[in-house]
Design a protein around this ligand. Structure first.
Ligand SMILES: [Zn+2]
Length: 288
């Protein structure tokens, strides 16, 4: 949330119309978090300079923009967010900065999945959805920088072919495992899209947002599920404490099978494609 202090600081800023791309200058894009940053880079290539609003060390679900974050918006020509409720702070952030430039919700057109009555925003966990993100990003970049349109189209189609191959690779890998074995536990509900796309059952003791604490009853239900369904692996995520996964593992005797990346990239996964490969190979190894 923006505190009163933040709003006061922000209101000192004058409205700012974004500058148009000058000859030779890169298009200045702000993307909400590391995964979106990578996708904008893939499409934008050399023509674009992308900055992240949320630092890689922060949880994008409950980011609190500071006055200096708000000030950074001024130069931007395009702001790209995931949408689907993933960045509940984004509207306040843009208002506080008096930003009047182009905005893009990268997930526009994605078929959203719901869980426990809430929309699951983690749509990028299905590679086919990311092809839509890429098309939306291509369109938005071409609008703010029309002279780069053919570059963006070329980059988007090359990256699209890479995504097609990645999608097929993941599908084929899981198809080789008996369906009854494709069940894992994660510490926050962020793999529904992955599960739907690649036919893997993900069970989680926590709600859709990582900010919600699981109740003792939720944890007990998961432990019962693990025993009844003979689940083999429990994972933790890079942005969340490992304690919960370890607690569940020690009470059920299953293995903590490693680290999955849900919401942010990390030192060992520097791109979206690397993240997806890391996740699927880690899951696959635990299921075999
Ligand atoms: Zn999340």
């Amino acid at each position: 949330m923006l505190t009163r202090r933040h709003f006061l600081a922000a209101s000192l800023l004058t409205p700012f119309a974004p500058a148009h791309a000058q000859q030779g200058a890169k298009v200045d894009v702000l993307a909400s978090f590391s995964i979106i940053v990578d996708l904008v880079r893939q499409v934008g290539g050399e023509r674009v300079a992308v900055r992240s609003i949320v630092a890689q060390s922060q949880d994008p679900h409950d980011f609190e923009p500071s006055p200096s974050d708000v000030r950074r918006v001024m130069k931007a020509q395009l702001i790209v967010i995931n949408g689907l409720g993933f960045e509940p702070w984004a509207d306040r952030f843009v208002r506080a900065a008096n930003y009047r430039g182009e905005r893009l919700v990268a997930s526009r057109g994605v078929k959203a999945l719901s869980e426990r009555g809430a929309i699951d925003p983690h749509a990028w966990q299905d590679v086919e959805n990311v092809k839509l993100y890429v098309e939306n990003i291509r369109e938005a970049l071409s609008k703010v920088d029309p002279s780069g349109a053919s570059d963006y189209a070329r980059n988007a189609s090359a990256y699209g072919r890479e995504l097609d191959a990645l999608h097929q690779e993941i599908k084929a890998a899981f198809a080789a495992i008996p369906k009854a074995q494709r069940k894992v536990i994660t510490s926050h509900d962020s793999f529904h899209y992955f599960g739907e796309a690649y036919d893997v059952a993900f069970l989680a003791p926590q709600g859709v947002s990582s900010s919600a604490e699981p109740s003792a009853r939720d944890v007990a239900a998961i432990i019962r599920q693990i025993r009844e369904q003979r689940i083999k692996a429990v994972f933790f995520e890079n942005a969340l404490p490992q304690q919960l996964a370890r607690q569940i593992a020690s009470e059920t005797g299953v293995k903590v099978a490693g680290k999955l990346y849900a919401d942010v990239l990390g030192d060992d996964v520097r791109s979206y494609a690397q993240m997806m490969r890391h996740n699927y190979t880690t899951i696959l190894a635990a299921l075999k």
